[in-house]
Design a binder for this molecule. Structure first.
Ligand code: UDP
Ligand code: MG
Length: 312
């Protein structure tokens, strides 16, 4: 099979028939063999009914239904598990992403050898104050911090070589960072393609402003986990030691002054409190490191590596 299209669906019943018809038309025009996997993320409208109808008229349209709303990442991850295509395309259900982009994305993966191609909504049809401006800042920070230089990390329209999505796991709200996760899994050829973006035709957006706060917290977590997840002591131990040592020097100096400098009262010096605090915090960081080590030693994937090639 050439292409699997994975679509997360949360209350998008009005858009689905149009979306599937459009995808089918594009696939037919380029004679791709394909499947569309609609993952109903616990919709409360008629989305699942629509998916059942679409499936009964065209078995290439498949559906998975969650019992409740788990979020876009969960929907994508579940869809990824069952894909059979050589190239996997993700797109939003709301018709903001155009299926006409599929052949171009497919070629970049198959002919130009990209592992992952992310869409770039260069001209965006969303409210500028609540989406476009915060989004620019988000993308800039994510690119700087992760080293994956993309203009539009969170674009719903992306294409992957099959191996990529079978090797990574998307959880929590990490769908914003799939290119970052892929890069850290060792998939280096990550590209970008300017794609057409359209106004939401039906329904409403599912993400409010809180996504920026959550997004930044997730970015910090993912940076930490990828760098120190398997060796937490290297971070906490170092920080803890430095801070403790600083406190120890201060305490040593104050003790010396107490005994050898006349009329000296060490609790009158503000630095006394700083030294005390530094020793306490330093010890705590060190202990945190030990605890984190114990957690990571017990992780079932502590020895999980992605092997690219073997000559045995
Ligand atoms: N979505 C989902 N689960 C959720 C929220 C959203 O599957 O909990 C889907 C939604 O149906 C859509 C895609 O994720 O297909 C992107 O959502 P939306 O269009 O609301 O985001 P926006 O384009 O406004 O950033
Ligand atoms: Mg949308």
């Amino acid at each position: 099979m050439d292409i699997s299209v994975v679509v997360p669906v949360y209350n998008e019943d009005e858009s689905l028939p149009e979306l599937c018809a459009w995808i089918g038309k594009v696939m037919l025009a380029h004679s791709f063999s394909y499947e569309v996997i609609l993952v109903d993320d616990g919709s409360s409208d008629g989305s699942w009914k629509v998916i059942e109808n679409l499936n009964s008229t065209n078995p290439q349209i498949k559906g998975i239904k969650f019992r409740r709303n788990y979020g876009k990442s969960a929907a994508l991850n579940e869809g990824f598990q069952v894909t059979q295509g050589d190239v996997v395309i993700t797109m939003d259900a709301d018709l903001q992403d155009s299926p006409d982009e599929i052949p171009g994305l497919y070629d970049m993966i198959r002919k130009q050898g990209f592992d992952l191609v992310s869409g770039w909504k260069k001209v965006r049809h969303d409210p500028s104050l609540s989406k476009n401006i915060p989004s620019k800042f988000f993308n800039w920070t994510t690119s700087r911090m992760s080293g994956v230089k993309l203009h539009d990390h969170n674009c719903g329209l992306k294409a992957y070589r099959r191996e990529v999505i079978k090797s990574i796991e998307v959880y929590g709200e990490m769908h914003r960072f799939i290119p970052v996760i892929a890069k850290w899994a060792g998939f280096k050829k990550i590209g970008e393609k300017v794609v057409e973006h359209r106004k939401r035709k039906y329904g409403v957006t599912k993400f409010g402003l809180e996504r920026f706060i959550n997004g930044f917290l997730d970015l910090i977590s993912i940076m930490f986990v990828s760098r120190f997840g398997k060796k937490p002591m290297h971070l906490f131990g170092l920080l803890g030691s430095i801070i403790f040592f600083l406190g120890f020097i201060i305490a040593g100096y104050l003790t010396y002054a107490r005994f050898f400098m006349a009329g000296y009262r060490m609790t009158d010096r503000p630095i006394f409190y700083f030294g005390l605090l530094a020793m306490v915090i330093g010890t705590q960081l060190f202990m945190t490191g030990f605890l984190a080590e114990m957690v990571s030693r017990n992780s079932p994937d502590r020895n999980h590596y992605l092997v690219e090639k073997k000559l045995l």
